[in-house]
Write a protein that binds this ligand. Structure first.
Ligand SMILES: *Cc1c(COP(=O)(O)O)cnc(C)c1O
Length: 393
């Protein structure tokens, strides 16, 4: 049996960038799609009302997702999450348009779902440019322009960075891509539902979204695929021809309904939630001012305020994480089996190795309150001070 988190003394959850709890209103809708008395049918069953009702639920959810990003429902393709959406977008364009060109541009600070997909394509003969961001994490647009070649078919740049919260100027990047007739994919797993996105206005061709980053369930996501001008993709998964043949497989009604509801709730509270989370961020940073040797990684203004990457001088991140047992935060570095390697995102931004090792990512979300932020600040101040006093110097 899994231990119940209720039985433990729970640390304060400050890891919303890793995943979010499902909003209870979302869970309630999902619950209605599972059992015999609910909307459990196969949306592809056309011969009875069970299928028909499930199809209606799926199309209603598609509309809710489309509304969040001001797209049309036909442009929304259900996937298993942003990882699959990134794969479908990048491999899909690469394989469909490979006779047109084989060059792709992306950035060193992208999510692994984008980076590893690009590495995979490199092995198949595609040429990939990995742009290095500036120190503040933002891509230099002149460097992007300079990287464009005659055979460039795709640019893939994320909206909000998962480790630092840095926001890329996706509108300007999209304009550059349009001028050069290059497809533009955006991994918006950390941006959709948090910052405004408008596909009618923004020159974006493909956009990945994940439900579990916006209070929906894990295992469901969306790829937005622009209709006009049309983007063609080669499918990754075959069988049954669901989702215009782009993504076969029985649609997971409960997951889809959950994602739809999560998007509808996000649409309603986008501005309020931004302001509330911005205030919590400011309060945390103000409290941490009493500490010396603290840096906030990434541009302090061009960012999603809920995600903070904080580096502490003369601190080992592992030791800090251990000490901060009252907080559920994550390390700014990933441990591989052989050695502790600092975060590739911070390294790409030129953060010094010793500072990168003393970095934690703290992410604030819908259920974070002022009391939790006060507690987090007190804990960080107390333990940084203790650890520094213990250090030999
Ligand atoms: C979480 C995340 C993903 C992966 O999404 P899944 O739905 O978990 O597959 C991709 N990109 C970014 C930026 C993310 O934050």
């Amino acid at each position: 049996m899994y231990g119940s988190i209720k039985e433990m003394k729970k640390p304060v959850y400050l890891d919303y960038a890793a995943t979010t709890p499902v909003d209870p209103r979302v869970a309630a809708k999902m619950q209605e799609c599972l059992t015999l008395d609910g909307c459990f049918g196969n949306p592809a069953s056309t011969s009875h009302c069970y299928g028909f009702l499930a199809k209606q639920a799926v199309e209603n959810a598609r509309q809710q997702v489309a509304e969040l990003i001001n797209a049309s429902p036909q442009e929304i393709i259900w996937t298993s999450g942003a990882t699959e959406s990134d794969n479908l977008a990048i491999q899909g364009v690469a394989n469909f348009y490979k006779d047109k060109g084989r060059h792709i541009i992306t950035c060193q600070t992208e999510h692994k779902a984008v980076l590893d997909t690009c590495h995979f394509l490199q092995k198949q003969g595609f040429d990939v440019t990995f742009l290095k961001p500036q120190k503040n994490g933002v891509i230099n647009l002149d460097e992007l322009k300079a990287a464009i070649q005659a055979d460039t078919i795709l640019v893939s740049i994320m909206h909000v960075n998962n480790e630092t919260g840095v926001v890329q100027d996706i509108e300007k990047i999209g304009e550059i891509c349009r001028q050069h007739k290059i497809f533009f994919h955006v991994d918006a797993a950390q941006g959709a539902g948090k910052l405004p996105l408008d596909m009618q206005k923004m020159p974006i061709d493909l956009l990945s979204i994940s439900a579990h980053k916006i209070y929906g369930p894990k295992g469901i996501g969306v790829l937005y695929v622009r209709n006009k001008p049309k983007v063609r993709l080669q499918a990754l998964i075959h069988g049954g021809g669901h989702e215009h043949g782009l993504r076969s497989g029985t649609l997971a009604t409960h997951q889809i309904v959950g994602m739809g509801e999560a998007c509808a709730l996000a649409s309603l509270s986008l501005d309020d939630e931004f302001q509330r989370i911005l205030a919590l961020r400011k309060s945390l940073l103000t409290k941490l001012d009493v500490l010396s040797g603290v840096t906030l990684n990434g541009d302090a203004k061009q960012c999603w305020p809920g995600t903070l990457s904080l580096s502490f001088e003369k601190i080992d991140g592992d030791a800090l994480l251990m000490a901060l047992e009252g907080l559920a935060v994550s390390l700014g570095s990933a441990c591989t089996s052989a050695m502790i390697e600092s975060s590739f995102v911070l390294r790409a931004m030129g953060v010094a190795e010793n500072l990168a090792h003393g970095t934690i990512r703290l992410s604030i979300g819908r259920f974070t309150d002022a009391e939790q932020i006060d507690y987090a600040a007190d804990q960080i101040i107390e333990h940084i001070t203790k650890l520094r006093n213990m250090a030999p110097d």
